[in-house]
Design a binder for this molecule. Structure first.
Ligand code: MTE
Length: 323
């Protein structure tokens, strides 16, 4: 899928936010209410969203929501989630993230860079670039997928503010630890260790497709989707797209990653979407697309989730070995 920056858009590509939101409300009125009723709190608007965040989201240039693939209903994208900090069931994040308060939010940046520190989120976002909307496919390693309109900034533009040095070969990310607000983190039965950690090679992180989202569907991110800021790497399995990021570290060595630590033979560091490399317990050749209007179709999975422009990052690598 082609991504375009705000500056490349013509008048015809742009949907005023009011029209976008109205369309969403119509869709919700038509089909989303039943689902919202099933999962209390899905549409609960946070009372404490700071004004800078609402303004940033409002100032985003909204693209037309027309695309060759139907956009997943917001009701589905916000009620069928993976966020183990709030439980392992798909409905748990929406059901149990109401006590999580992501505002105000700071990110600690350390390691191989000339401008480390602990920063408020607002200046980090405004310092990166104007926010933009991107419609990305999200392909989970569990073989389901969605198409979601996100709002945010390029990861590379955010990272450049810290001036990583030439010793920074990888970048590591960490999710916040708040066991009092995140029931999964205090569960004795959790089978992953917290904090949730992820990582990228520097050149992957600087690729223009790598994105940090602060919103979706024209609004700030709901808690269950990783408020207030989460990573999106549309060519990789969804588990690389770490939520509620509170630490970024520039490092020399390949950093540990949560699912690799949990089962190294099943989840690699790279985790590029690849229909030819099956998960040891299931095929990755196809996926269940949770699409527009709640329609669910079985479709073929594409290499790099269809984002061929990332292929040069892996030239010469054996992607069966580095899965
Ligand atoms: N980030 C954290 N901190 N904890 C998680 O459990 N789950 C990952 C990823 N990021 C996860 C996470 C997985 S497996 C997927 S598929 C995506 O988030 C799901 O994102 P979504 O719920 O917004 O669709």
């Amino acid at each position: 899928m082609l991504i375009r920056h705000a500056s490349d858009l013509t008048e015809n590509d742009v949907t005023p936010k009011s029209a976008f939101v109205n369309r969403r409300q119509i869709i919700q009125a038509a089909g989303g209410i039943a689902l919202a009723g099933a999962v209390p709190g899905v549409f609960a608007e946070s009372q404490s969203v700071p004004s800078w965040l609402n303004q940033t989201v409002d100032q985003t240039v909204f693209r037309s929501v027309t695309t060759d693939e139907g956009i997943t209903d917001r009701a589905d994208a916000t009620s069928y989630n993976n966020f183990y900090e709030f439980g392992t069931g798909k409905g748990d994040p929406a059901r149990h993230s109401g006590d999580f308060n992501p505002y105000p939010w700071e990110i600690t940046v350390d390691g191989e860079c000339t401008k480390p520190g602990t920063f408020d989120l607002a200046p980090l976002i405004s310092g990166a670039s104007a926010s933009e909307e991107r419609i990305y496919r999200l392909r989970c390693v569990e073989a389901w997928s969605m198409v979601i309109p996100w709002i945010g900034v390029e990861l590379g533009k955010l990272l450049q503010q810290f001036e990583p040095t030439s010793d920074a070969r990888y970048v590591a990310f960490e999710t916040i630890e708040r066991p009092d607000e995140m029931r999964g983190q205090r569960s004795r039965f959790s089978f992953i260790d917290y904090p949730y950690v992820e990582g990228l090679r520097m050149d992957e992180a600087m690729h223009p497709l790598a994105f940090m989202a602060i919103g979706m569907y024209g609004e700030p991110l709901p808690n269950q989707n990783g408020a207030p800021i989460r990573l999106l790497l549309p060519w990789k399995y969804g588990f690389k797209s770490i939520k509620s990021v509170s630490r970024i570290s520039f490092v020399r060595e390949m950093p540990p990653t949560t699912w690799n630590l949990s089962a190294a033979n099943e989840y690699g560091f790279y985790a590029n979407v690849n229909p030819e490399v099956d998960h040891p317990r299931w095929s990755q050749a196809s996926e269940r697309r949770i699409g527009a209007n709640g329609d669910v179709d079985r479709i073929e999975t594409r290499m790099f989730n269809g984002y061929d422009e990332v292929a040069p990052l892996y030239a010469g690598m054996d992607l069966r070995k580095f899965f």
